[in-house]
Design a protein around this ligand. Structure first.
Ligand SMILES: *Cc1c(COP(=O)(O)O)cnc(C)c1O
Length: 495
């Protein structure tokens, strides 16, 4: 019989080699110590797994390698953080908070749910996603722990190690983080700044190869704030159909589009191509920390069949499903949130986008691209004009040191020569940040104002610059009177 374990010769004692030497447990009974299986190391050596070691958060590793030392005389303004809640100016609607309160107090949602989610919650997502002629049922929905988890499941269910997925450049780095950890390669296709960040269709098609397991399409986009037209999405779908590649849609910014734009889901446009659409509460309902996301399966011709659906079910069992309190609230959240809440959010974001765009586009060396939705704006840097810096990283670094304004360098999104601004900061801070960026650029722009920094400082220090208002208005007028050809097409298409 084995003797009962005591603390002194159990886990506690054996975890400390020192203790084993000073107070060895005397052998009790007759059983001799079992011989070590061969191949065990003689010393402690506990390496991290290959998956852990090949998993990288690119934004974090780039940012951590920078010396972020703000100017002590200026209050830090971080236009870098993609969390709309941190400034307190974007809050979830009362109805949403109330729904979770009720879910909590009901005590009905303290247990385990089915790993893909409660039927009522999945049904609510199915209704919410059944727009534009799409019919989604609860069986087509898998609830996940945030949209990232939804993307993780989709990539994992479609791709084997050694295969590849196609991802946008510039793009959100999580696709790479998720794929590379699993030994799945990513291949970038390009987005075109001069076409409001539409996909370079040739580069997309050229990237497809025999090992391509999926194409990731992010619409509306982080970091670009672009919103694809119906025609453009159809062009993308045609490429996917031609090569028989399923699409993973990152549609976490669905419906977050500025006035004059229209959002089209991939699922509503696809006749043939199977789409795994990933979304959630995170951005539209302004509750990223609640970790509620989902996958909606669009598959009119049953291409994914039983296997991929069952695969998603199995994979969802790895983390035993998503937060049940929020699942309990989901039907009310998706039913009761007033349209005015969404409109408010969009109007604030749009206003911020116009303020930043109007201000930055007159700054020498900068080329902002006006976003059409989401919460971000990309700004091109004419690096030749900033000879003091070799890379966008260096420029961003110095901007923090001199002006205490932090932007994410384009390299975080796999595109050098750009910076990304978040548009969720309060307007005052956004204006102040833009003024500081302008001062910084005037100081470092080659040949400009080098002899008269005082003048430049003076100029940008004006709190309400008449000239800015002027440009801003002109912008609006230009937009109203002569929309660029692309936008014209879009308005016609949705009329
Ligand atoms: C924020 C974001 C996500 C992640 O959403 P979570 O629900 O917080 O996991 C996914 N994709 C894009 C493009 C995002 O910006």
């Amino acid at each position: 019989m084995t003797p009962p374990m005591t603390a002194s010769c159990g886990v506690l004692a054996s975890s400390s080699p020192e203790m084993m030497q000073t107070s060895p447990c005397p052998p009790v009974g007759a059983s001799p110590p079992s011989p070590q299986p061969r191949g065990r190391p003689q010393e402690w050596h506990v390496p991290a797994s290959d998956i852990a070691r090949s998993t990288h958060n690119y934004i974090r590793s780039i940012v951590e390698n920078m010396k972020i030392e703000p100017n002590p005389d200026k209050k830090m303004i971080a236009l870098s953080i993609g969390d709309p809640t941190i400034f307190g100016n974007f809050r979830p609607p009362e109805e949403v908070v109330e729904a979770v309160r009720e879910s909590l107090l009901s005590l009905d949602y303290n247990g385990y749910a089915p790993s893909s989610g409660y039927a009522e919650a999945r049904d609510a997502v199915a209704r919410y996603s059944s727009v534009d002629g799409v019919q989604v049922s609860a069986e087509d929905v898998v609830l996940c722990s945030g949209c990232s988890c939804a993307l993780d499941l989709c990539i994992t269910v479609l791709a084997n190690p050694g295969q590849n997925i196609l991802v946008p450049r510039p793009g959100f780095s999580i696709y790479r983080t998720l794929a590379e950890g699993l030994g799945i390669r990513t291949k970038a296709y390009n987005l075109l700044p001069e076409r409001d960040w539409e996909v370079d269709l040739d580069s997309l098609e050229a990237a497809v190869d025999a090992d391509t397991a999926a194409i990731v399409i992010n619409n509306p986009s982080n970091p670009c704030g672009s919103v694809f037209s119906r025609e453009h999405l159809l062009d993308i779908l045609a490429i996917a159909a031609r090569h028989r590649v399923p699409i993973i849609g990152d549609e976490i910014y669905e419906h977050l589009v500025f006035p004059g734009q229209r959002y089209h889901s991939l699922g509503s446009l696809s006749e043939e191509v199977p789409i795994l659409s990933c979304s959630g509460l995170t951005k539209r309902f302004l509750v990223p920390g609640w970790r509620m996301g989902w996958i909606v399966i669009h598959d009119r011709h049953d291409v994914l069949g039983a296997e991929v659906r069952a695969g998603l079910q199995k994979l969802s069992q790895r983390i035993i499903g998503s937060n049940t309190l929020v699942q309990g609230a989901l039907p009310a959240i998706l039913r009761d949130t007033p349209e005015s809440f969404f409109q408010d959010t969009i109007h604030k974001l749009h206003h911020h986008a116009r303020v930043a765009y109007a201000r930055l586009r007159r700054v020498p060396g900068l080329s902002p691209v006006m976003p059409q939705g989401a919460m971000y704006m990309m700004v091109g840097l004419d690096m030749d004009r900033f000879p003091a810096f070799r890379t966008d990283l260096q420029l961003v670094d110095r901007l923090v040191r001199e002006e205490s304004v932090f932007l994410l360098p384009g390299q975080c999104f796999d595109l050098a020569g750009y910076v990304r601004l978040v548009l969720t900061v309060p307007e005052e801070q956004l204006r102040e940040a833009c003024a500081r960026i302008e001062a910084f650029c005037l100081r470092h722009y080659q040949g400009a104002f080098l002899d008269a920094p005082g003048l430049a400082d003076n100029e940008v220090a004006l709190p309400e610059d008449i000239e800015i208002a002027d440009i801003f208005d002109k912008d609006e007028m230009a937009a109203e009177t002569a929309p660029p050809p692309q936008q014209q097409q879009q308005t016609q298409a949705c009329a």
